[in-house]
Design a protein around this ligand. Structure first.
Ligand SMILES: C[C@H](N)C(=O)N[C@@H](Cc1c[nH]cn1)C(=O)O
Ligand SMILES: [Zn+2]
Ligand SMILES: [Zn+2]
Length: 471
């Protein structure tokens, strides 16, 4: 074992303490009331990186309109360690914002406290994405404290808006491709998960995500359903009708023209999915106490997640949702849904198809409500060459730490800026996940295994060494 890996092994407690501090900052980018916490998290990262001898800048990327308010966007953290023209330069991306979390959602412990049970560390952001970014800080600590020279120059890009569509980041990355990011030889992102709970993975594809809001309104204020029910067009009724025309219960999207943009399946591709190391039962058991997948077939499940689009309905703003039996007619409601997109899908054309379909479905209702469809954010799918030296360097690191070859996967989720790094820096991007498939990112009781955290940090260190020597 190298000196750096031994240091990582021996400093588990200090490394977990650093993650605990990060999880305790409720940096939820989607909630106005917590924007100050997201900004606080950016400053926490700055001071951590400065202690590790990095050159750090907090980049102000302007403001955002959210729920009728203008609020500051959290800063993008740029940090640089090393500037040796004889060494390769790696850009490492991560995000320090998290999804919302409330105890009342069904958490077994406080979401913004790191709770440890055996090998599990539970807390919002533990796997997505604070565990991995703290893993990088810990890697720097191990090099610094063992006085081992870093084998590569590193440029960190940590953003605070990923869970809300990465607003403002694409423009900054494009601009800085000729500035701070100039000279990057490869990019590494640790912000997704292994395909299984048993075997590490490297990921060479991501689905895109286009997020929409259907706004339906009518009355000036909420109405008494006994007094007004049956006499007015109700926004909630209209919304439910049109939302119900987007997708079938088996997951097939019902927007005309959408599947015409998806590449046809080849025999060779189908065979690849059939041969992947994936256990349907393990997957089903990790989701619910009985199978709830739309199919029991391995290849179908994998393809539905990796190579076909999907549409999910997320929520209705303005609707009554509490306990009890409030008899209200909501005055205005906003239905939220998103579409995960795959390579070849033109996201501008998708927006047109979605709007055309919803407007035509609403017209069929003959309703006098006000109706509008808004696209809140959109980022396309991405795919990379998994035979590039960047992937080989990562695969060798995984093999040396875990003793197995990593799975080669495509991820169902999205990391909007990945394609921008790829296209504007014109370098290979490798996704090197730290967490397992059952980590529950975005869900209640999100966790990261301590073993993944510590072994994953060793992988990061080994990967840096391999990047220096691979061509
Ligand atoms: C895969 C990554 N860890 C992640 O969770 N990404 C989000 C990105 C997002 C959220 N809204 C818009 N983009 C995701 O896939 O939902
Ligand atoms: Zn993430
Ligand atoms: Zn996420």
């Amino acid at each position: 074992m190298s000196t750096v890996s031994r240091y990582i092994e021996e400093h588990k407690d200090a490394f977990i303490k650093r993650l605990r501090e990060a999880v305790e900052i409720p940096s939820v980018s989607g909630e106005i009331k917590r924007r100050d916490q997201v900004i606080r998290m950016g400053h926490w990262l700055k001071s951590q990186l400065e202690e590790l001898n990095a050159d750090v800048k907090l980049i102000d990327i302007g403001t955002q309109e959210l729920e009728g308010e203008t609020i500051p966007l959290p800063p993008v953290v740029f940090a640089q360690v090393g500037n040796d023209s004889n060494k390769k330069t790696l850009t490492i991306y991560g995000h320090y914002d998290v999804q919302p979390a409330n105890t009342s959602d069904g958490w077994d412990s406080e979401p913004f406290e790191l709770t440890i049970e055996g090998d599990l560390m539970r807390g919002r952001g533990s796997t997505d994405d604070k565990g991995p970014i703290v893993g990088w800080l810990n890697t720097l600590s191990a090099y610094k404290e063992t006085k081992t020279p870093l084998p590569v120059n590193i440029k960190f890009v940590f953003e605070g808006m990923e869970e809300s569509g990465s607003e403002g980041l694409d423009e900054l990355v494009v601009k800085e491709s000729q500035g701070f990011l100039k000279g990057t030889d490869a990019v590494c992102i640790s912000d997704n998960y292994w395909l299984t709970n048993r075997k590490p993975a490297l990921t060479y594809g991501l689905r895109g995500v286009s997020y929409f809001e259907i706004c339906v309104s009518g009355p000036n204020a909420d109405l008494h359903s006994g007094v007004f029910g049956g006499t007015v067009h109700e926004p909630m009724t209209d919304l439910i009708k049109v939302m119900g025309t987007l997708v079938n219960t088996d997951g097939k999207i019902t927007i005309p023209g959408l599947y015409e943009m998806v590449q046809p399946l080849t025999d060779e591709e189908l065979a690849r999915y059939k041969n992947m190391d994936f256990d349907v039962k393990e997957y089903q058991d990790s989701i619910a106490s009985k199978p709830i997948t739309v199919s029991d077939d391995k290849a179908t499940i994998l393809m539905n997640r990796m190579r076909y689009p999907s549409l999910s309905l997320h929520g209705i703003e303005g609707a009554f949702y509490g306990g009890g039996a409030k008899t209200v007619i909501p005055a205005g409601v906003k239905g939220k849904f998103s579409i995960r997109t795959v390579p070849n899908m033109d996201i501008q054309k998708l927006e047109e198809l979605v709007k055309k379909h919803l407007n035509s479905e609403f017209a069929k209702l003959n309703s006098r409500s006000n109706f509008e469809v808004v696209q809140l954010s959109a980022g396309p799918a991405w795919a990379a060459d998994p035979n590039h030296w960047n992937f080989r360097a990562a695969a060798k690191a995984v093999k040396s730490v875990f003793g197995v070859e990593p799975d080669l996967t495509k991820e169902g989720g999205s990391i909007p800026v990945t394609l921008t790094f790829d296209e504007s820096l014109k370098v290979n991007v490798c996704l090197l996940p730290m967490g397992r498939s059952d980590d529950g990112a975005h869900s209640t009781n999100e966790k990261l295994n301590i073993s993944n955290f510590i072994e994953g940090t060793k992988v990061f260190a080994e990967y840096l060494e391999n990047v220096a020597t691979h061509d």
